[in-house]
Design a protein around this ligand. Structure first.
Ligand code: AMP
Length: 420
């Protein structure tokens, strides 16, 4: 071990576990790629102001968790704590919304940074795959995203997850509710910080995990009773489309989520095997965000699923992903001449699209065969001086144990045939 370790709250992905992470990213993005979502990549950092305005000055993410820095040139930057604000910023900057093809559907995958108290399932560097559908107000779009996330989790073999669904109202009805809630909350027995929160973001108080706070909230006004007719109808349509698609969900009127920009539909995917960090993904509609960051009115909806917690959920359910061996053929040369010849065969195989690896470092037969076994290769090619003199290589089927001599010139073609 060296004197250095990964920074607090971070961890490295190393083989073989790293293969699971890749497979999870692939499984989450596959339904999106099949549904008209195009890939977008944005920088790992943005101007602080984007998140302050976009995510919200009153959120924990912006006030406590953002990694901010001042560059040598004096710019105030922040490592991205989430994806939506950046993706919307990039879409606006590239004028994707003006190409006359709304919604603009985008997916992304990357690293995110939050200065949080590290614990199981909560890290300072984590990984998300996300999707945003920009510029259209249509309950089918909200339903599409929830259905695609459900499909992604199911394709991975996850079963013990639940979908929580709520509507946060819009710019018509939410302010009325907000005021009613504030009036109620101001009369409660709460600490200073929570009192401050009442004035900035009262909905977040409903999210308070403390039992003595929750007890006082029993009679708090319910957003459901304040939703305007348009929001109610919209929400009913989202629910009906999910039900028609056979996607089960639970109505959760306490679900407010930690970001300020959500309107109408909000949802969270929770997994019952993860303890306190149970949210594996979440999202919702953010009809006002574009205007908040200086863009035109662009009603949008999106989600982000956490890759780290999805892997933890797989482990909690003891799901073993069916990851095919990465190497199909492993070549074991015995001696200098064989090394040159078999290295040539390996190159030929790779160029033909066959995954092949090689025993480097001139190791003996025993050690090299151990590596061949460990690689999971279906076939090994072994050759020594005598084989080469006869113009053959030994082709061994690692499953059946059968071995036969194959003319050197035909080795690659024979392997291609056998591997289909
Ligand atoms: P959020 O952007 O807070 O809605 O988070 C969306 C998803 O990202 C969550 O459901 C988690 O799966 C994941 N996530 C958020 N914060 C963290 C973190 N600190 N560590 C690991 N995963 C996280």
């Amino acid at each position: 071990m060296s004197t250095f370790q990964a920074p607090k709250g971070t961890y490295d992905l190393t083989p073989p576990r790293s293969a699971t992470f890749l497979a999870v990213r692939e499984a989450i993005s596959a339904p999106l790629r099949d549904s008209g979502y195009g890939y977008i990549e944005t920088p790992g950092f943005e101007n602080v102001e984007l998140f302050a305005r976009g995510v919200g000055e009153s959120t924990d993410i912006v006030t406590k968790e953002m990694y901010t820095l001042t560059t040598k040139g004096g710019d105030q930057l922040a490592l991205r704590p989430e994806g939506t604000a950046s993706v919307l910023r990039a879409a606006l900057e590239a004028n994707l919304h003006k190409a006359g093809n709304l919604p603009v559907k985008l997916w992304y995958s990357g690293s995110y940074y939050r200065y949080e108290r590290p614990q199981a399932g909560r890290y300072r560097h984590f990984s998300q795959v996300g999707a945003e559908a920009i510029g259209t107000e249509d309950p089918a779009l909200d339903a599409e995203l929830i259905i695609l996330a459900d499909q992604a989790y199911r394709s991975l073999g996850l079963r013990r997850f639940r979908i929580l669904l709520n509507s946060l109202g819009d710019k018509e009805c939410r302010p009325v509710y907000r005021e009613a809630l504030q009036t109620f909350l101001r009369d409660l027995d709460l600490d200073e910080e929570t009192r401050r929160r009442i004035e900035i973001n009262p909905l977040r108080v409903l999210d308070d995990k403390r039992a003595d706070v929750q007890k006082q909230l029993t009679d708090a006004p319910k957003l459901r009773d304040y939703l305007c007719d348009a929001c109610k109808a919209y929400h009913e349509e989202v629910r009906a489309l999910l039900t028609a698609a056979g996607v089960a969900f639970e109505d959760d009127e306490k679900l407010v989520r930690g970001l300020d920009y959500y309107t109408r539909t909000t949802f969270e995917f929770v997994h019952d095997g993860l303890g306190s960090q149970s949210a594996v993904g979440g999202g919702g509609r953010y009809d006002g965000l574009s205007e908040m960051i200086g863009g035109p009115e662009l009603p949008s909806v999106g989600w982000a699923l956490g890759v780290d917690r999805t892997v933890l959920a797989l482990e909690a359910e003891s799901v073993e992903l069916d990851l095919p061996a990465t190497t199909s053929v492993y070549a074991v040369p015995l001696g200098e001449e064989a090394r040159r010849v078999l290295f040539g065969v390996v190159t030929e195989l790779r160029r033909a699209g066959i995954a092949a690896d090689f025993a480097f470092g001139g190791r003996g037969l025993k050690g090299a065969m151990k590596s061949a076994n460990r690689s999971g290769a279906r076939y090994t090619l072994v050759a020594g001086g005598r084989d080469l003199a006869e113009g053959v290589v030994q082709l061994k089927d690692m499953e059946s144990g059968e071995q036969s001599a194959v003319p050197l010139a035909e080795a690659a073609a024979e392997l291609a045939k056998r591997l289909g």
